[in-house]
Design a protein around this ligand. Structure first.
Ligand code: SF4
Length: 892
């Protein structure tokens, strides 16, 4: 600490701070407009001037404190100068404060009132009003209220990394806008709203802003990043969301869904009562009637006649209970969750290589590592706050991280990348093994790490002989020079993090893809260290937790095998019942068993199976074959249409529990409002159902007691409790109540029996389908920034405005060949089905490929996709489907 003198008082402050920050810390107000603690100082507004002895009048945001510095924050000279500056600003500012939604929260008003000017009584500017931009569904841009402080520009560049807006022109003509003066929605804007919350005036203001009467701190329910946020509440409605700056995950940042995507909670479409199918129709029923019907029916099925599909959207405690219900009440290990459709290859691959199926490092390592390899992850769309971290790291002025992107499409991150390797879909193993071979051949491997920490190197090295540069170029389509450059860039960095997602896992060789990533990390010693590791971007908010809680056919909570007698006995003692020995079956296998009428009853909690699984027609035929289906969800989803009984569940905002994010961080979810209608939290419903089936051990007073039971049975979570989690998330493993959690895995050894990382000898297998004369295009599927679960995001008007329908994205050259123009209808057909959607032409697409999301009930893309499975994880190959395209006249 150093001592400075402010306004005649000696005070201590930290070196390196600006004079403005030091003063604000001491609660000394200095008028300012362009200061934001998260942004680099700009000195635009000149209101924060102070007098510093020996230096005269300076902008306090630009001056750093020095020991012995003498600062005056008020003087006649400062008052006069600030008044003149502010008058000049106000002369160009629309004097319509009483009509502005930021009134009372406006920093310009605050400064004017401090300086002694009344912003509401000054004459309106003489210049004609400039046109406002209301194109974004969530916020307006009003240049008449803009003071050119530049906070929005710096936020978009420094925090979001989107560069959607900038200063244009100069002098009196200076303005902030988009390139080409386009509406904001036609720019690179991602609607994150970060600039809106930071704008000091009403120049950027939300269209609908209700001031909440209370705020509740919780965790976002959309993606696996797990951002901390505050839900604003009025009455029994959620009316706002703002980022939690104390969260180590997002430091206050949110994406468009996390900030504006919660109107689904109070949607009139929410399920509010149980429904029972009578005469072919789902009709409202009482809870007693619905639960008794289910209990009576479930009692008729035992063991493998029953299957439970749990939810990656539900809390850990609810997932724990779902697998307990399947095992202890129904006597089967047939329990699975939607990870089967996305990251099951992560669990199988990373468990085999490292001994633990979770991401190795915290998200913050993205901000410190020297190199980021992004493979098969459109991070800025699917995990936006993590994507922004990557973009920031690659674009920062000093010490920027090198960025390598491997993706068939030119995704947004390619704009910030040093290298983009555009591979053919489904050829990741060949490319990653080719990079590994080059690293070994060029002597760039970490020999010390290999000899002390790994095993299986010789078999791996022998398998690499098939991956010479020529072969890899031929298979992948990536030029040799780029493969060589990527190998050198990755291996020569002191630290490197590999980020991957569904582009790696949703393949018929998804586990091999993950193993190839693990091989590369071990080869270069990029695991078990700070800023070096492997980070799978888990999809849904709690997909990590659903697997951790044992909602998988072969494991109890904590990845404890159901086949180990001592483990099984432990759970039998705790649950006071005998438990099944044989592992259960996966979602796809359950559907197959239902088709064969071997599996008769399905209990589906919070998963839209009918539209999420590949090959929709086959999936729905299987659902029709089941004798009895219970669906528990917040909306009447597509799957609920197949149910015999539908139970209304409470949303994440209406219950307490925990989610585990993609960095293994277990975080609190807190109740903000009462459950809407008659809906109930999933955990309460499962308990009530179990009791009606005369099961014991489902009498929990609240969800914290479920966590206590989990901690007593699953060693990685032994130190977790709601009491501890109240003060912040904890990354598992956490072995006891004093253990701080584990931010980085494998620092002292891998979790394998030998404590060594295991190399895998891999061979290249092509995708199950390749383009041919009949189906000459390759379809890949993925997420849009604006949607997640259609049942939820389709209820948010603004998100639907920003991405209203399914499109087939294709390269303009391909479109020209087919006579298709932008927005024309195009029929997309595969061996399994067909859909007609509008075409979107984008030069970012690779020629010969098509991209579609899977977010729309009326255009279910999975009618096209293939159920070809990865043999290890049983995950379908959503990412490669051979299709043909034809111009269509209508949507039919
Ligand atoms: Fe929510 Fe994911 Fe967006 Fe964060 S990045 S606000 S967790 S959707």
């Amino acid at each position: 600490m150093i001592t400075i003198r402010i306004d005649g008082k000696d005070v201590e402050t930290a070196p390196g701070k600006s004079v403005l920050e030091a003063a604000l810390d001491l609660r000394i107000y200095i008028p300012h407009l362009c200061h934001d603690p998260d942004l680099k100082p700009a000195g635009h507004c000149r209101l924060c001037i102070v007098e510093i002895e020996g230096r005269g009048v300076v902008a306090s945001c630009q001056a750093r404190v020095e020991a012995g510095m003498r600062i005056q924050t008020e003087s006649p000279l400062l008052s006069r100068t600030r008044k003149t500056t502010l008058e000049l600003l106000l002369a160009e500012h629309a004097g319509d404060c009483l009509r502005c939604s930021k009134v009372g929260r406006c920093k310009l008003q605050e400064a004017a009132s401090y300086i002694g000017l009344d912003s509401t009584t000054l004459p309106a500017p003489i210049a004609p009003l400039k046109p406002c931009d209301g194109s974004n569904p969530f916020f307006n841009r009003d240049p008449n209220r803009c003071v050119l402080c530049g906070i929005c520009v710096r936020t978009c560049q420094e925090i979001q990394g989107a560069h959607a807006i900038d200063f244009f022109s100069s002098g009196a003509f200076t303005r902030i806008g988009t390139a080409g003066g386009l509406p904001i929605t036609a720019s690179a804007c991602e609607s994150c709203g970060e600039c809106v919350v930071r704008c000091p005036t009403g120049a950027l203001a939300e269209k609908e802003s209700l001031i909440p009467s209370a705020e509740v701190r919780t965790t976002c329910t959309y993606c696996g990043v797990g951002c901390g946020l505050f839900l604003g509440v009025r009455g029994n409605s959620v009316v706002s969301a703002r980022g939690d700056r104390s969260s180590p995950v997002n430091r206050g940042q949110l994406c468009v869904k996390g900030r504006y995507g919660f109107s689904f909670i109070n949607s009139p479409e929410r399920l509010k009562t149980p429904l029972i199918r009578k005469d072919g129709l789902l009709k409202p029923a009482s809870w007693d009637e619905a639960l008794d019907t289910i209990a009576d029916k479930f009692k008729q099925y035992r063991g493998d006649q029953f299957g439970a599909i749990s939810s990656s959207r539900a809390t850990n405690e609810e997932n724990y209970l779902m697998q307990k219900f399947a095992r202890a009440v129904m006597g089967t290990n047939n329990v699975d969750n939607c990870a089967r459709l996305c990251h099951a290859p992560t669990v199988s691959g990373l468990s085999k290589a490292f001994g633990t199926g979770g991401g190795t490092n915290p998200l913050e390592d993205l901000e410190h590592t020297e190199c980021i390899l992004v493979v098969g992850s459109n991070t800025t769309e699917a995990h936006p706050v993590a994507g922004a971290k990557i973009r920031r790291a690659a674009m920062r002025a000093e010490g920027r991280a090198k960025l390598i992107v491997i993706d068939p499409r030119e995704i947004s991150l390619c704009g910030a990348a040093d290298l983009w390797l555009q591979l053919r879909p489904g050829t990741d193993v060949a490319l990653l093994q080719g990079i590994s071979k080059l690293i070994l051949d060029e002597g760039l491997a970490d020999e010390k790490f290999l000899s002390s920490r790994c095993e299986g190197l010789e078999d791996f090295r022998a398998a690499l002989q098939d991956f010479d540069l020529e072969s890899v170029e031929r298979i992948t389509g990536v030029p040799k020079e780029k493969i060589r450059a990527a190998a050198r860039m990755y291996a020569s960095s002191n630290s490197a993090v590999t980020v991957y997602s569904l582009g790696i896992t949703e393949h018929s060789h998804g586990t091999d893809n993950v193993l190839a990533i693990a091989n590369l990390a071990m080869l270069t010693g990029n695991v078990g260290r700070n800023y070096a590791g492997v980070m799978p971007m888990r999809g849904q908010n709690n997909v990590q937790g659903a697997c951790d809680m044992g909602c998988i056919p072969g494991s109890f909570p904590g990845s404890q095998s159901v086949q180990k007698p001592d483990v099984r006995e432990k759970f039998e003692r705790a649950w006071k019942t005998s438990l099944p020995v044989a592992p259960g079956i996966t979602i796809l296998e359950m559907l197959e068993a239902a088709s064969q009428r071997k599996l008769k009853a399905l209990y589906i909690m919070g998963m839209d199976v009918a539209f999420s699984v590949a090959d929709t027609q086959r999936t729905q035929a299987a659902l029709r074959s089941a004798e009895f289906i219970v669906v528990q969800d917040i909306f009447l989803t597509g799957t609920a249409q197949f149910a015999d009984v539908v139970l209304p569940a409470a949303s994440f905002a209406e219950k307490c529990g925990t989610f585990t994010n993609l960095e293994r961080r277990v975080q609190m979810v807190r109740k903000a409002i009462e459950p809407v209608g008659e809906s109930r939290p999933d955990w309460l419903i499962i308990c009530e159902l179990a009791r009606r089936m005369n099961a014991h051990g489902f009498d929990y007073a609240d969800s914290s007691e479920i966590m206590t039971e989990l901690a007593s049975l699953a060693p990685p979570f032994a130190g977790l409790s709601f009491e501890r989690l109240e003060s912040g998330g904890i990354q598992w493993p956490c072995s006891d109540s004093t253990h701080p959690g584990t931010s980085r895995l494998h620092v002292y050894g891998f979790n394998t029996p030998s404590r060594k990382g295991r190399f895998s000898a891999l061979t290249f297998r092509p995708p199950a389908e390749s383009p041919d004369q009949e189906f000459p295009f390759l379809l890949t599927t993925g997420r849009s920034l604006y949607h997640f679960h259609l049942a939820m995001t389709s209820q948010v008007r603004g998100l639907m405005e920003l991405y209203p329908e399914e499109f087939a994205w294709l390269h303009p050259d391909d479109a020209r060949t087919l006579g298709i123009k932008d927005a024309d209808y195009v029929k997309v057909s595969s061996r399994r089905g067909q859909l007609t959607v509008r075409a979107k032409l984008a030069p970012t697409m690779a020629r010969g490929s098509v991209f579609m999301t899977f977010h729309f009930y009326d255009k279910p893309t999975n009618v096209l996709t293939n159920q070809a499975l990865d043999p290890v994880s049983k995950t379908p190959e959503f990412k490669v489907t051979a299709v043909k395209l034809e111009k269509a006249i209508t949507t039919d």
